[in-house]
Design a protein around this ligand. Structure first.
Ligand code: HEM
Length: 421
């Protein structure tokens, strides 16, 4: 199944001819990839609660509806009733590690198990620990910028936006930064669990990557048990709530999830933010003249062109949204990127306003699954964008990247060549 999706992703002519089947949303079209906001706007205006005929999924594009679904207990992240997930679960039945990767994954769990696991990991992944990374991240960003200054050029994604989040999550977890080529490989395989269009090798490659990454973290956890350090791995081992601790498989699945979740998203935030600055020179000048705007600026980048387009939930029991009957076990896609430009919620939503106040964007989701890494992602982006603008105030580049990621869920450039001025 994943291989079919991957094969299709690269058959643009075929997909164009199949276009009418896709109704109001065809994620395979290059036009959608380069401007998804046009699709979301049209969908929100024409049919804000829309049944997608191919993906067999409701798509919600109004802020109010998206917020409702993310907060309401009738919508669950337990997607075991969804055919694709049922199929992957069947493939993993006899493999304890692979099924832990799928089932003990915060993003797929719900209810008391999710609350327990999230409570324990939050005891270790604290705001203080994240803020403590600031000086190290500043050093890393300066180092990456120094390397580019020497060469006089920068490929934004490869040289800056991609390495920073990988180094950040490695530093936080306490894993050797020198192993980052391994993380890139494992992430590329495991991201398929969250985003099937990024399929690069199917279920077997996910299974192999799970065994490798669990083996890797298993050895590190053993080391930390006998020789604890001031890092997230050691803190997760000792985290305790109501006399309970994280079990070995939980620790392995969580460490792997953090590595993957922290990998792609923040890199795309930085990529999209730099493109937004290139496309909006007045706002760029405003931020350069007043660097204190960086905090509201990062939230505005997240609202204006966030890295995660949508997420989904399965429906526990029949209900109604916007006059449409939603049935038990159906899938509901909540389009965060559409909600973030809903004129009912945001004044002048199509405008980038780096000083925007009361910016209640949904780029990190909402409710019990609100992004665990939000503070870390914002810290990285703040340091990266702030220092890039200060170090190379005249950097220039194209308004369109070479290519956008071929993904239904993740939005970001694959490469942007910058001149450093
Ligand atoms: C700009 C960067 C990021 C964006 C836009 C983002 C977005 C999101 C969103 C939308 C969700 C909720 C998904 C849902 O409700 O279905 C989420 C959950 C999550 N994120 Fe992030 N994320 C980012 C960075 C990070 C980083 C850096 C980490 C880890 C270091 C991380 C770890 C997680 C985890 C573990 C969850 C699952 C939480 C749960 O289910 O309880 N994220 N993220």
């Amino acid at each position: 199944m994943l291989r079919i999706i991957q094969w299709l992703t690269h058959r643009e002519r075929l997909l164009r001819s199949l276009n009418p089947l896709f109704g109001r949303f065809n994620p395979f079209l290059p036009a959608h990839r380069s401007d998804p906001h046009a699709t979301w706007r049209a969908l929100r205006e024409a049919e804000p609660v829309y049944w997608h005929p191919v993906f067999r999924m409701w798509m919600l594009t109004r802020y109010e509806d998206v917020l409702f679904v993310l907060r309401d207990g009738n919508f669950t992240t337990d997607r075991s009733s969804v055919p694709l997930m049922r199929w992957i679960a069947r493939m993993s039945r006899d493999d304890a590690q692979f099924s832990a990767m799928i089932e003990r994954n915060l993003l797929m769990m719900d209810g008391p198990d999710h609350t327990r696991l999230r409570g324990l990991v939050s005891k270790a992944f604290t705001p203080r620990r994240v803020e403590g990374l600031r000086p190290r991240l500043e050093q890393v960003v300066d180092g990456l910028l120094d390397d580019c200054a020497e060469r006089g050029e920068m490929e934004l994604v490869r040289d800056f936006a991609h390495p920073l989040p990988v180094i950040a999550i490695a530093e936080l977890l306490g894993v050797p930064v020198a192993d980052r080529h391994l993380f890139a490989h494992w992430s590329a395989q495991l991201v398929q669990l969250l985003d099937p269009l990024q399929a690069s090798g199917g279920v077997e490659s996910m299974r192999r990557a799970t065994h490798e990454i669990f083996g890797y973290f298993g050895r590190l956890l053993e080391e930390r048990r006998s020789d604890p350090r001031d890092d997230l791995l050691s803190a997760m081992i000792t985290a305790e709530q109501d006399g309970l601790r994280l079990e070995e498989l939980d620790l392995l699945a969580l460490s792997s999830l953090l590595l993957v979740a922290g990998h792609e998203t923040t890199s795309n935030l930085i990529g999209n933010a730099v493109l937004a600055l290139l496309r909006n020179p007045d706002e760029r000048k405003r931020l350069q003249d007043d660097p204190a705007l960086i905090t509201t600026a990062i939230d505005e980048f997240l609202r204006y062109d966030g890295p995660i387009q949508f997420t989904d939930r399965a429906v526990r029991s029949d209900c109604e949204i916007g006059g449409k009957q939603i049935r038990q076990h159906q899938l509901v896609g909540v389009v965060l990127a559409a909600a973030n430009r809903d004129p009912e919620q945001f004044a002048d939503p199509e405008r980038l306003d780096l000083g925007r106040s009361d910016n209640r964007h949904l780029a990190f989701g909402q409710g019990s699954h609100f992004c665990l890494g939000a503070q870390l992602a914002k810290l990285e982006a703040e340091i990266a964008i702030g220092r890039l603008l200060r170090r190379f105030p005249d950097f220039g580049g194209p308004l369109e990247p070479n290519e956008w990621r071929r993904s239904m869920i993740v939005r970001g450039p694959t490469a942007v060549a910058l001149t450093l001025g």
